[in-house]
Design a protein around this ligand. Structure first.
Ligand SMILES: Cc1cc2nc3c(=O)[nH]c(=O)nc-3n(C[C@H](O)[C@H](O)[C@H](O)COP(=O)(O)OP(=O)(O)OC[C@H]3O[C@@H](n4cnc5c(N)ncnc54)[C@H](O)[C@@H]3O)c2cc1C
Length: 380
């Protein structure tokens, strides 16, 4: 007999969502996470789509997530080129196009929700190796100097991509992203801005009274931006973004992340990666966690539909993979195409981008399609 029916590796937002969605079904369930209160200090802003809000509501965490800042409009433009588009929640018949939250707060809240999830055991360890097998899969756990292995019918890998790295398809974007909270003289009026520049997209998301900056650029420039004194940084931001939000007056601590696309390959019998462990995306369109939450939710649905002794068997895993194929492929293709099309300064492409944006702005069904795609993902 395996130790568990379902073992989840990683208690970030995606692993925690999977555990919360599977808990309470009478299964032997455990989640392994080495950190006490997950990355409280990680300041990255997360734009959650309305579809993710619906998942978090069902998991009972949404109402405890305050403060969240709704995005009512998204303004997309390109620097040095014509064409822009504005997406509007009311036009799309949605209460909001998205909600901006703090990653650290979301992750900590979801972890604390696990403390009261029925029948979910929390194991404070790091998984150092996984072994798939016909009857059970095993995980090697390490906490301090202690090491042991546990077995499960199904191991769900949600550790953000480190373990699933072997054999994964990766593409280094040669870009880094700098995040920080900024304050400007004009109020955001719940509008998010995405401005494409030749070095990468610059996004400003409404967050509380101020804005959250997500600025993609070359790795060298990202380092310089983090090291600049505050006044110099604010001037660079002003030059790159322009005056649409008045004058930038304050910036909080700046944090930089390297960017790569990582697509996990089949992890073997009885092992399934979800979230960033399955696909790590460029943050250009704020898709990664939204896609990961849909992975977690759909996986839990397939767990509910299969008897305990069928969990993790190839028939079960094929159902899950089939249901996620379109959404996953759509998310990977959409973000990768945006990065390739928009992160350059080739004149004909600049004109084509302008035409594309102008056309998108002028054709309501095209805008509706884009909003639905970003809200609920790609559906079959
Ligand atoms: C700057 C930036 C902005 C972003 N903005 C958005 C956005 O607006 N919208 C959006 O949807 N997405 C966004 N993303 C992407 C989003 O952050 C990720 O998709 C999301 O965090 C993935 O969640 P996860 O739970 O799969 O992985 P993670 O968040 O990486 O969590 C992994 C967990 O696994 C644990 N772990 C690690 N190794 C082990 C191990 N060996 N054993 C056990 N546990 C382990 C870690 O401690 C952690 O708790 C952004 C990303 C960046 C970098």
């Amino acid at each position: 007999m395996p130790d568990f029916d379902v073992l989840i590796v990683g208690g970030g937002p995606v692993g925690a969502a999977a555990a919360l969605a599977v808990a309470g079904r009478g299964l032997a369930l455990a989640l392994v996470e080495p950190r006490e209160a997950v990355m409280h200090a990680d300041p990255r802003p997360i734009a959650l789509a309305h579809g993710s809000r619906l998942i978090l509501e069902r998991l009972g965490v949404w109402e405890r997530l305050a403060p969240v800042t709704p995005i009512e409009r998204i303004h997309v433009s390109q620097r040095g080129g014509f064409g822009r588009v504005e997406l509007d929640a009311a036009e799309a018949g949605l209460p909001a196009l998205g909600y901006v939250v703090d990653y650290g707060r979301l992750a900590a809240l979801m972890r604390s929700a696990l403390d009261t999830a029925p029948g979910c055991r929390l194991i404070r360890s790091a998984v150092t190796a996984l072994q798939s097998g016909a009857e059970v899969a095993t995980a090697q756990l390490e906490a301090g100097s202690a090491s042991r292995s546990v077995s499960a019918r199904l191991i769900v890998v949600a550790e953000g991509g480190a373990l699933a790295g072997a054999g994964a398809r990766t593409k280094d974007y040669r870009q880094s992203v700098v995040t920080a909270r900024v304050v400007s003289t004009a109020t955001h009026r719940h509008t998010a801005y995405e401005r494409f520049t030749p070095e990468g997209p610059l996004a400003l998301l409404p967050m509380g009274e101020g804005m959250a900056l997500v600025w993609t650029t070359t790795p060298d420039r990202a380092q310089q931006l983090c090291e600049l004194p505050e006044a110099g940084f604010l001037q660079r931001l002003q030059d790159a973004f322009g005056g649409r939000l008045g004058t930038f007056t304050n910036v909080g601590p700046r944090v930089r992340y390297p960017l790569a696309l990582k697509v996990g390959v089949s992890a073997g019998l009885r092992v399934i990666p979800i979230g960033n462990a399955a696909q790590t995306l460029h943050p250009v369109a704020g898709q990664g966690l939204n896609l990961g939450l849909r992975d977690a939710w759909e996986l839990a649905q397939t767990v509910a539909e299969h008897p305990g002794d069928a969990l993790g068997a190839s028939a079960h895993l094929s159902v899950y993979r089939r249901r996620r194929r379109l959404d996953r492929g759509g998310g990977i293709g959409f973000t990768d195409t945006l990065v390739r099309l928009f992160s350059n300064d080739v004149a004909p492409l600049r004109v084509a981008r302008g035409l594309g944006l102008a056309l998108l702005g002028a054709v309501p069904p095209a805008k509706q399609f884009l909003v639905r795609r970003m809200t609920f993902g790609t559906r079959g």
